[in-house]
Design a protein around this ligand. Structure first.
Ligand code: GLP
Length: 244
């Protein structure tokens, strides 16, 4: 894995945006794999600025997202469709018809089948990733086994705790999600993780300070990918004793 240590969150976001920009400029009709969560928000803002001020062109770009909560309509302000629209798509010149976020309401089995088909037909140039405090990637929760394909996932109590900050109360956090599977994530040509915040210390330690690959920390599967980049803030790198 390639590890980039940045002095702060702003430079982390700029470094991530540099990687995405290079891909989009080289292949204007590429497919980007995108993630939600607070980690990539600054990178999305930087990409929007580059689109607005520097002519970075998303008009032919396609996107596919990692996951969606089950039970939230796309118009719900905590749905991941809403997140992507308001944090990125509404601020760049992308055709929303070319953006895909799995549906979390209606016939979930049919939604999962559609999600799997979209992924199978997408050649993802780069998959953006955050990580859950419990080491989850997308919503692939730690456990005895992980799954290759998109599926329904029961969220861990710690994930519900971590994501409760975005909802009026913990009770409103959905208990289930639809997530891209680990195999599908690994099929992307490149992986790009944005890693910051003290709550990620244990996941960061497992990822960067051990040689282990374990279902107990799904993020560690990134070590198997031939072109994976982790961008970590100096603060978090220091916290786990990462020296490079
Ligand atoms: C959610 C998402 C993950 C994301 C994680 C971390 O659980 N499903 O894809 O990586 O949140 O979010 P944050 O970046 O806000 O810490």
């Amino acid at each position: 894995m390639k590890v980039i240590v940045t002095k702060d969150y702003a430079s982390q976001c700029a470094a991530g945006a540099d990687i995405i920009e290079e891909i989009v400029r080289a292949k204007p009709d590429c497919c980007l794999g995108l993630a939600t969560g607070s980690s990539p928000v600054g990178m999305y803002q930087e990409l929007a600025r580059r689109c607005r001020e520097e002519g970075l062109d998303f008009s032919k770009v396609h996107t596919v997202n990692l996951d969606e909560y089950i039970g939230l309509e796309p118009t719900h302000d905590q749905s991941y469709r809403y997140f992507m629209d308001t944090n990125l798509f509404d601020h760049i010149n992308i055709d929303k018809a070319n953006t895909y976020v799995a549906k979390g309401t209606g016939d979930i089995d049919a939604n999962i089948a559609e999600f799997q088909a979209v992924i199978a037909n997408s050649e993802v140039e780069v998959q953006v990733l955050g990580v859950g405090p419990d080491g989850h990637l997308a919503f692939n929760e730690p456990g005895e086994q992980l799954f290759w394909h998109a599926h329904r996932e029961v969220l861990d109590e710690s994930t519900i705790d971590a994501n409760a900050r975005f909802f009026a109360s913990r009770d409103e956090v959905p208990r289930y999600a639809v997530t891209m599977g680990m195999g599908e994530i690994m099929m992307a040509k490149r992986l790009l993780m944005i890693l910051s915040g003290a709550s990620k210390a244990e996941a960061a330690r497992q990822l960067l300070m051990t040689d282990a690959i374990t279902c107990a920390c799904p993020a560690t599967l990134m070590k198997l990918h031939h072109d994976a980049t982790v961008i970590i803030t100096e603060e978090l790198a220091d916290m786990i004793g990462y020296k490079g």
